[in-house]
Write a protein that binds this ligand. Structure first.
Ligand SMILES: Nc1nc2c(c(=O)[nH]1)N[C@H]1C(S)=C(S)[C@@H](COP(=O)(O)O)O[C@H]1N2
Ligand SMILES: [Mo]
Length: 278
């Protein structure tokens, strides 16, 4: 009865190391920015594409190292590689096969019944089939995936830019974050029915980044189940755990504080940092 999703990684150790680092980073940021932390950060985000402003901030002695991480231009590109750099076998990590019955049913029908729901704070909520997503303009990129556990893999991803999908549903002015809802329960079915499905979130800068794609192909093949079939997001300037696999729903929200553990993602609720810039 109690089936658990097949997964690897993050089982021992990883969580424990993450807790200290993430919490410390958040405290450092708050200390550096003082009471006006939120306001100051929002300002940084908007001005971060202005080089002169970035230089001033970078030279500011009073800002901690932690705050510096958020300052560099949010539109800067992650490195892209050549076909010769692609790893023979792209590694898989975390859930490798969701055990959840709803996912298993979708998998059996070749994802013909699957639809990506896009809703929340948008003018026009919508649901897209895989065929519809594949028919949209695509982007192909060869990038390096860096897992927080210390391994990397280079792979070629093809998908539709998240910005393209968001433009179709028209986010409301109040929308600040994009939440990714996944199919895979991390703790297996529990008696109290508690939701442990993987989830993640990014701000609109990362959501609309040129390299942020909803990928349906890896290395020229349909996305394998172990890498997130039928669809996973690529957030190329952040660590692997931000790249949510097995996407079911994308939700625009004003704040992720009311969701689950309140930290914006499954691993964030277990102590990892929300902003996992590389
Ligand atoms: N839904 C879901 N997404 C996930 C995970 C997961 O367990 N479930 N693991 C994350 C982690 S920690 C990493 S490193 C990458 C691994 O992606 P890969 O299996 O394609 O290598 O997926 C991320 N996205
Ligand atoms: Mo990871």
């Amino acid at each position: 009865m109690k089936t658990k999703a097949i997964r690897s990684g993050h089982v021992n150790g990883g969580v424990v190391t993450g807790i200290g680092a993430g919490t410390k980073r958040r405290h450092l940021l708050r200390a550096a920015l003082g009471g006006a932390g939120t306001v100051a950060l929002a300002g940084c985000d908007r001005l971060s594409n202005n080089d002169a402003f970035v230089d001033v901030l970078k030279s500011a002695q009073h800002l901690s190292r932690a705050a510096h991480k958020i300052v560099p231009g949010r539109k800067a590109m992650a490195q892209e590689f050549a076909p010769a750099d692609v790893a023979a076998h792209f590694r898989s990590n975390g859930t490798l096969m969701p055990a959840d019955a709803d996912y298993q049913a979708l998998l059996k029908s070749g994802f013909s019944e699957w639809k990506l729901q896009v809703g929340g704070l948008v003018e026009k909520p919508a649901a897209f089939t895989l065929a519809e997503l594949r028919a949209m303009p695509s982007r192909t990129q060869i990038t390096r995936h860096d897992c927080v556990e210390g391994w990397s893999s280079i792979g070629q991803w093809k998908g539709v830019q998240l910005s393209h999908v968001l433009a179709q549903v028209k986010p409301l002015a109040s929308a600040k974050y994009v939440v990714f809802r996944c199919a895979d329960s991390m703790d297996g079915p529990t008696l109290d029915g508690r939701d442990s499905r993987y989830y993640e979130s990014v701000d609109l800068d990362d959501a609309n980044h040129v390299q942020t794609v909803l990928a349906y192909e890896l290395n020229g093949q349909a996305l394998p189940v172990s890498n997130g079939a039928p669809l996973r997001v690529r957030i190329e300037r952040q660590l692997g755990y931000k790249h949510a696999k097995y996407l079911m729903k994308i939700e625009l929200v004003e704040s992720f504080a009311p969701l689950r553990g309140g930290n914006g993602g499954y691993w964030e609720d277990n102590g990892y940092e929300w902003y996992a810039g590389i």
